[in-house]
Each structure stands twice: as C-alpha cells, then as structure tokens.
Design a protein around this ligand. Structure first.
Ligand SMILES: [Zn+2]
Length: 132
C-alpha cells in the first residue's frame, strides 16, 4: 500500500503530467527551454504509456491550439476595446499578434496535454500500488 497522494486531474494537466499515472513527465524540457520546449517523451517514464496514441494523434492538437488562439484573440480584443476606447484596427491586430506570439509555447504544450487527457486511458488509482 502506497501512501502517495493521488494528483488530481486538474493538477496533472497544469503540470503537464501523464494522463494515466499522473506522475510521469510528458515533455522532456521545461517550457522555458529555447529550442526544446516542444520535445516529448515517446513513452511515459513512469507507467510506459505511449503518448502518441495512434499515428498522427497530435495533429488533432492543432484544433485545440486553434481554439486557444480564438479564445485569446477574443479576450485581447475585448481588453483592447475597453482599455483603448475602441482604437484603430491595427491596434487590435498588433495586440492579438503579440499575444499569440507570447503564448505560442504554452499553446503548443497545453493543446497536446488537453488532447492527451481527453483520449488517453483513464487514471487508475491503484496503479501506483500495483507498480510497487
Ligand atoms: Zn504515466
């Protein structure tokens, strides 16, 4: 019997952990890594789940990332409208483009993590006990 605290699904999504064991890292480098922020482990280092569930699985993350960018654009547009008192169109476009550029790393990672958590095998609370 293990006395490890089970991470919540929300916590494992925020920390970019494996959807099945909720403890294994999905990405090999931190988001601040200049060139390697997008590198992923092929298999979970803890439970062995293959992250690419099927061939081309992460192509679907583009749709999630697109949804993130639409949400970001709408929110930035509303903020510019309120703070800038309805400025010219180029101000909206500039603010949205800067926002997308500043968040592209987070967008990339969380699009993949959300997709993985939606479709990967569910968390097994006895997994840690079985592993020991
Ligand atoms: Zn795992």
């Amino acid at each position: 019997m293990s006395n490890q605290v089970t991470p919540s699904k929300f916590s494992s999504i925020i920390k970019c952990k494996c959807p099945t064991c909720r403890t294994g890292e999905v990405f090999t480098h931190p988001v601040t890594s200049w060139n390697d922020y997008n590198k992923m482990h092929e298999y979970c280092p803890v439970c062995g789940l293959r992250y690419e569930l099927e061939i081309g699985f992460f192509w679907g993350a583009m749709y999630v990332g697109y949804a993130f960018n639409v949400a970001l654009s709408v929110n930035v547009g509303i903020a510019v409208y309120i703070l800038g008192h309805n400025p010219d169109v180029w101000v909206y476009m500039s603010a949205i483009i800067v926002g997308i550029i500043l968040t592209y790393r987070l967008n990339f990672r969380y699009a993949r993590i959300l997709l993985l958590h939606m479709f990967a095998p569910k968390f097994d609370k006895n997994f840690i006990d079985k592993k020991d």
